[in-house]
Design a protein around this ligand. Structure first.
Ligand code: ADP
Ligand code: GLC
Length: 479
């Protein structure tokens, strides 16, 4: 079975978040099961520069405002899987963030850039672009690939199945209605039953309406997005498609996320946690934190946004500090939140350290060196950092939403006693609820034996891609 994955980013070439991790790990996990999985990516500088042996497949010609568009085929650097790249310099030859220009605003031609991605996918599916390879299933990820099923539906003879995965419904790919003239889609698709969304166009909605099956990245998020609280205005569409919507939990690439990875101070494992102590001291030194705090070292590796509950963390910081605990933050995001964390670090130099920036290696050192990872998200489709933390014996403290609810077992007295607990979970998105759970985590930290037990339980939990890939394969076969 041939599967074409279509996405805007892929680790390690271009990454803004968990989507890139998933797109680099899922296709190889499918290949391991014997499927022929390929990826289609936009020709962003990081992608063109990082692929191996790129060769032209076909010169496509002027489309979507680009004079020269060439479909290339090469191999991905880590997995060696084959990937198509759309080389369209006019649209993609731009450094930095794939979606946003240097002024912090979305590129004004994003609708054309990502329409091209969808259009090329549809024409690979129809067999017009590569006579040697034609997919049985096209699997599109997030709004960037939302037009894939819309363009495929333009060809009634095309029977190729489509799967659309929502990684984050909050990014709906919304553009002014008059952008439709650039998209080459018929007026009849511009209705509320099509891609029109409150007088605008939504690429996310296109994916939801025109794909055969919809998945999202955790079972709980699949239920949540059918409600007004989490549905971002698309809950009606999702409820209508309820029978075709399911949640498949993301996995972890344990080849990359393992407590003997090369960038941490000292390797360790569930049977021998001594190295973790060295990693903690190294991280404290690296960040200029005091090395003899009595409490745990809490970490954050995250976009600094309100989705991630980072304002809640600033509010609950006094509760954390009162316990003698420390906080280390690695992230970038909203200016106000960055400023808030910078201020907290200046006011508490021994206790709070903040690194504003994106640093892949440092994120590993945070996972290894911290005692606990804070993920107080308002909503979380899956969340990967809590899964990484588990493997590093770093107890996740999370809000009970989406994939966080599906992956962390709360250290209640019952769960502790039955040795099921892997972290801490709280419910209300309030300083009180979050602060209380932080205090309770600090109390457990003082009970070394109990803390160890939870660490070990989390470290041996298996969130590898094997199960998820099997679930995707079953979905493809059902189509
Ligand atoms: P999201 O995709 O919503 O941002 P996820 O938890 O799914 O959340 O994935 C976030 C990914 O980005 C993880 O791989 C995490 O380690 C990484 N990440 C987030 N912020 C940073 C940062 N400042 N530096 C390095 N890696 C980061
Ligand atoms: C999105 C979500 C995150 C998820 C990731 C990968 O960025 O915000 O929860 O883990 O996609 O699916």
């Amino acid at each position: 079975m041939r599967i074409l994955h279509v996405a805007a980013e892929i680790y390690p070439l271009v990454k803004t978040g968990g989507l890139a991790d998933v797109v680099s790990a899922l296709p190889p996990a499918l290949a391991k099961r014997g499927l022929d999985a390929r990826v289609l990516l936009p020709g962003l500088p990081g992608i063109l520069g990082g692929m191996i042996g790129l060769k032209p497949v076909l010169r496509i010609g002027p489309v979507f405002g680009a004079a020269v568009v060439t479909l290339l085929l090469g191999r991905l650097p880590d997995s060696g899987l084959q990937a198509y790249v759309i080389d369209a310099p006019f649209l993609f030859q731009r450094e930095g963030n794939p979606y946003v220009g240097p002024d912090g605003q979305d590129w004004s031609d994003n609708h054309r850039r990502f329409a091209l991605l969808g259009w090329v996918a549809a024409h690979i599916a129809s067999g017009e672009l590569d006579s040697d390879w034609r997919p049985d299933v096209v699997h599109a990820h997030d709004w960037h690939a939302g037009l894939v099923p819309a363009y495929m539906a333009q060809n009634p003879a095309l029977k190729t199945a489509t799967v659309f995965t929502i990684h984050n419904l909050a990014f709906r790919g919304i553009f002014p209605l008059d952008c439709h003239v650039d998209l080459g889609l018929p007026m009849r698709k511009l209705t509320p039953l099509g891609i029109e969304f409150h007088g605008k166009i939504s690429f996310m909605k296109a994916g939801l309406v025109f794909s055969k099956r919809i998945t999202t990245v955790s079972p709980t998020y699949a239920r949540e997005i059918c409600t007004p609280e989490f549905g971002c205005g698309l809950e009606g569409v999702l409820r209508d498609r309820g029978g075709d919507l399911s949640g498949i939990l993301n996995g972890v690439d344990y080849g990359i996320w393992t407590p003997d990875d090369p960038v941490i101070a000292k390797p360790y494992n569930a049977d021998n946690l001594k190295g973790k102590k060295t990693c903690k001291l190294a991280l404290q030194s690296e960040l200029g934190l005091s090395r003899n705090a009595e409490g745990p070292l809490f970490a954050v590796v995250s976009r600094l946004t309100s989705q991630k509950g980072m304002d809640l963390l600033l509010a609950a910081l006094p509760d954390l500090l009162r316990e003698g605990a420390q906080l280390a933050v690695l992230g970038t995001g909203d200016g106000d939140l960055e400023a808030g964390f910078r201020y907290a670090a200046t006011a508490n130099p021994e206790k709070v350290a903040v690194h504003i920036g994106y640093d892949e290696e440092m994120s590993h050192r945070f996972m290894a060196g911290a005692d606990a990872l804070l993920v107080p998200s308002r909503f979380e489709p899956c969340g990967l950092t809590q899964l990484y933390a588990l493997r590093y014996g770093t107890l996740p403290l999370v809000r009970r939403v989406g994939g966080l609810a599906d992956t962390v077992v709360d250290a209640t007295p019952d769960n502790l006693q039955s040795d099921r607990a892997t972290g801490f979970v709280f419910d209300d998105a309030s300083r009180h609820a979050f602060g209380t759970r932080i205090r309770e985590a600090c109390a457990l930290y003082r009970d070394e034996g109990a803390w160890r037990q939870v660490q070990r339980r989390g470290m041996v939990r298996d969130f590898s891609w094997d199960d998820s890939a099997a679930n995707y394969e079953a979905l493809y076969r059902s189509l």
